[in-house]
Design a protein around this ligand. Structure first.
Ligand SMILES: [Zn+2]
Ligand SMILES: [Zn+2]
Length: 111
């Protein structure tokens, strides 16, 4: 597969600026991200929905404070200085019914 990277593509995060920077959000899924959004990623965790392209920002400090589990908290604190953009398979925006179903399945599973 030939990948030509010298073309300017629209940033998948802000959908405004054009960029040549690529980042892998999950194995096999690459998105384009501009410098402005990379700056944003220093202070925020960025999640992008692979299905519909919706972008979610979560302030790092606020999110880390809310994590109760010490191990998870440690893992996120290690990511605090990284410019992290994570891909998610679906979100509330593209599949609200699926999310609700998933949540109720989990509830009924714990007898
Ligand atoms: Zn951008
Ligand atoms: Zn979505």
């Amino acid at each position: 597969m030939v990948d030509i990277n010298n073309t300017h593509k629209k940033c998948n995060i802000c959908k405004k600026e054009y960029t040549t920077i690529h980042t892998e959000v999950k194995p096999g899924e690459t998105i384009c991200v501009c410098n402005t959004c990379l700056e944003t990623a220093k202070n925020n965790f960025i999640f992008i929905c692979i299905s519909c392209g919706e972008v979610y920002l979560r302030p790092k400090k606020q999110m880390i404070e809310r994590i109760a589990d010490p191990e998870t908290k440690k893992a996120y604190m290690l990511c605090e200085d990284m410019q992290l953009i994570q891909g998610i398979d679906m979100c509330l925006h593209c599949d609200p019914a699926g999310i609700v179903e998933h949540a109720s399945n989990q509830k009924s599973a714990q007898c």
